[in-house]
Design a protein around this ligand. Structure first.
Ligand SMILES: NC(=O)c1ccc[n+]([C@@H]2O[C@H](COP(=O)([O-])OP(=O)(O)OC[C@H]3O[C@@H](n4cnc5c(N)ncnc54)[C@H](OP(=O)(O)O)[C@@H]3O)[C@@H](O)[C@H]2O)c1
Length: 340
């Protein structure tokens, strides 16, 4: 793979927009990874846009609206040309408690339109570029949820329909209702579950992939350590991959990867992101940088050229299925249509 190919914009499926090859995931600026700094978060969004990033990913439930309001602030204070290039990718449907708990998902058509009305207001925009339910509501056929988004498209409030963490059968059902731009799903060197059935089905249907967790929430970034203290509520405090022996095993994999990275003159995070970039031009990694230095490191992955021998070395360091622990706690695994 050469650098030019890596830098080319990537289409979000057959019907979605072309986007910069890395998207910025904004979740950690509001939730799930402990304290974040508002000024630095906004500076990171501005720096990403300045570097050419177009896709900004969020969810209405990230900090219960906090993340959308943050993006609103960042876009309002960005130069007009940068504001104009930004594309918003918004997830909805998660039901929260005041304490921050997750109590389920709501994909009823009226709820979809209600969620969208609030998101448009919080984002301060007249449309959302890609809109998707975070997890399929088990009580509502996906056709109804997607049908409601299709009506929002018809009305001009949404440009494209996406999906999140769904399996191949649901991809087919959704695609039969309306064009689907992309599937957002976890995909990294240590989460390769989509390769057997979901990715081939997405490709067959002309649906792109926005890959999240490409650094496995920091675990395979090369910066995570055994003694890192996590704030209460940090997702990683509950994630099986970050616990005890699992963490020990997984960080040993990272050290194997570091050897490959050092030979390439790149950082571990850059190798992990470059590997996802190498999966195909229909895969767009979302990086969860919360600071400008992390963003700069992530963008450096676009300069890393991986040859066949590098890919072999990377996959020898971190073989398929090598991670210890599931990617979510058990209760959250149960919400993943993609894991059925
Ligand atoms: N559809 C879904 O179900 C779903 C689920 C989760 C996330 N997402 C989306 O995907 C986005 C990315 O996911 P993620 O946050 O799990 O991704 P990630 O990129 O795997 O992990 C992000 C974490 O990695 C650490 N990190 C270390 N070096 C980094 C570097 N150079 N660049 C970026 N991060 C670095 C940071 O932790 P520290 O800041 O603590 O060092 C950061 O919080 C989210 O923001 C969200 O928009 C979607």
């Amino acid at each position: 793979m050469n650098t030019n190919a890596t830098l080319r914009p990537r289409p979000l499926g057959a019907t979605g927009p072309s986007v910069f090859p890395l998207g910025l995931g904004c979740m950690g600026m509001s939730a799930l990874y402990g304290e974040s700094d508002r000024t630095e978060s906004i500076a990171t969004i501005h720096a990403a846009l300045d570097a050419g990033v177009t896709l900004l990913d969020t969810g209405d439930f990230y900090g219960m609206g906090h993340n959308e309001l943050l993006i609103n602030d960042a876009l309002r204070t960005a130069p007009a040309a940068l504001r104009a290039q930004a594309l918003t990718s918004v997830k909805f449907g998660a039901l929260r408690t005041v304490e921050g708990g997750f109590t389920g998902y709501d994909g009823r058509p009226d709820a979809v339109k209600n969620f969208a009305a609030y998101s448009l207001q919080r984002l301060g925009t007249d449309h959302i570029d890609v809109y998707r339910i975070a997890r399929v509501d088990p009580d509502v056929p996906v056709e109804e949820t997607v049908g409601a988004i299709a009506e929002l498209v018809e009305a001009g409030h949404v440009r494209h329909i996406g999906l999140s963490e769904v399996g191949a059968a649901t991809l087919r059902r959704a695609a039969a209702v309306a064009p689907i731009a992309d599937l957002q799903i976890e995909y990294s060197l240590i989460s390769r579950g989509i390769e057997d059935e979901i990715l081939p089905t997405a490709r067959e249907l002309g649906i792109g992939v926005t890959a999240y967790g490409v650094l496995s929430r920091g675990l395979i970034s090369g910066h995570f350590t055994h003694d890192r203290e996590l704030a209460p509520g940090d997702f990683r405090g509950m994630s099986p991959r970050f616990q005890g022996d699992n963490l020990h095993h997984n960080l040993n994999l990272v050290e194997q990867l570091r050897t490959v990275a050092e030979r390439k003159g790149a950082s571990v995070a850059q190798i992990a992101i470059a590997w996802v970039l190498s999966r195909g031009e229909d895969v767009v990694p979302l990086v969860g940088a919360r600071r400008r230095d992390r963003l700069a490191e992530a963008l450096g992955a676009l300069e890393v050229s991986l040859e066949a021998a590098d890919l072999l070395a990377i996959e020898a360091a971190v073989p398929v299925g090598a991670a210890a622990g599931e990617r979510y706690p058990q209760a959250q695994m149960a919400h993943l249509d993609s894991e059925r």
